[in-house]
Design a protein around this ligand. Sequence first.
Ligand code: FAD
Length: 498
Amino acid sequence: MTSNPSPAASTYDVVLIGGGIMSATLGAMLRQLEPGLSIALFGRLDDVALESSNGWNNAGTGHSALCELNYTPLRPDGTVDISKAVNVNEAFQVSRQFWSYLVESGQIASPRDFLNPIPHMSFVWGPENVDFLRRRHAALQEHPLFAGMSLSTDEGQLRQWMPLVMQDRAPGQKLAATWHPAGTDVNFGALTHRLIDLLQGKPGFDLHLAHEVEDLKPAGGNGWDVSVRAVHGGGERRVRAKFVFIGAGGGALHLLQKSGIPEARGIGGFPVSGQFLRCTNPEVVGQHHAKVYGKASVGAPPMSVPHLDTRVIDGQRGLLFGPYAGFSTKFLKQGSWLDLPRSIRMDNIGAMLAVARDNMPLTKYLIQQVMQSSEDRLKALRDFVPTARKEDWELITAGQRVQVIKKDAKRGGVLQFGTEVVTGADGSIAGLLGASPGASTAAPIMLTVLERCFGDRLPQWESRLREMIPSYGVKLGQDAALCAQVRERTRTALQLDG
Ligand SMILES: Cc1cc2nc3c(=O)[nH]c(=O)nc-3n(C[C@H](O)[C@H](O)[C@H](O)COP(=O)(O)OP(=O)(O)OC[C@H]3O[C@@H](n4cnc5c(N)ncnc54)[C@H](O)[C@@H]3O)c2cc1C
């Protein structure tokens, strides 16, 4: 795997499909591990990071379970299960380490270009929720990954943490919040650009924008033949790749289906679109400095928890509130209304129908969300910002998520809200489905791709991997000393607060 491609090359060691954070992260990792690889990236739009990875198309939360209540469910016995929160935080620590390595080695000039310290808060009201938050805080506080989390029910303290949320709030409500200084806001679009710049700065990388991958077929044991169409004219071409990564976001399911690999059979997709309210009025923006996550409504999918976020995009601060879920049959924001019908196959229709039958509360929730008026949206916002004025907030359309539907022996089909790496048996192809916890976990997800598809090279790569990710192979939650070391090193390198 040491060929040197020219712009017109037709054979590559690696073809990355899609110009989002996932392809960019995998490309950057492979470049560190084996600089001689020839890599091509094909993206259907005119630039990278124009779909879900774009700064304003997602909430930019560095998901580490410091504030997201859905990662800490209440058990029937009244205790809080923190196992998922630990996994999510461990995964984010891997991303932090990879980014720190890129900054420390001078490959990314400034972490501030894409990452900002913004405290993460959970905020609840009502006696039952306050009690839950206390239990959650007590359970997390003891864990080294969450050390430093504060809880308060005191109005004065809450006002100090989130003045905009507390301003003109109705008296007599029982309120509680937790606050953690290690929270982050990530501009995944900016990060994608930095990673692509890094790849372009070295030989052996070809970026083909406005090139849509239309098909891929096995090349008789020699990798894959990838058919690509130039979107603005120029016809079709075919390239041969020893390894293909389908990082096409919502477009990944169609391409996995076209590949014909048995591992993709039976999988379906359920698109959930999202909208946010955005405020850029400096007077309002200046009164809030946190990502404040609340509790989800009944029937809401886990990623639809309402939150009020400070965002930092291209040096400008703004506020984001939402998401308001919606339904569209498109699998990409710039996709086709036919995406959903085109994804239905004989092998997945049973699972899709079973999911439709079993997820009535979700269907009801989505219908309610779609029917919302601007007044309804403002009402939901006022739960968080009682003084919100309509004229300060504009409605923006976020990226499209495609949730994974899989066959299930008992129920016929299940809807999943996580991320799924699908790999071919011979390791020559991998694709990524789903979007949660999403971009925050791009680095650990790509480690999974490396382990599954480049297993024979791992022994050779191991010392480099440890240089990039010192906790590689270790569960940080089980090693308090390494955890403290990693948190401190990445805090310094990335100029964070915790
Ligand atoms: C509303 C919303 C909020 C979110 N909030 C967060 C958050 O707070 N924190 C977090 O970590 N994650 C969040 N996520 C998830 C996160 O945005 C995604 O997990 C991540 O951006 C996915 O990256 P990707 O590279 O897989 O896909 P994308 O960024 O969608 O990129 C896919 C790329 O593939 C291209 N493509 C598609 N089909 C083809 C084809 N046939 N040929 C060539 N190119 C193709 C597209 O044009 C695009 O460039 C959120 C997502 C949404 C929608």
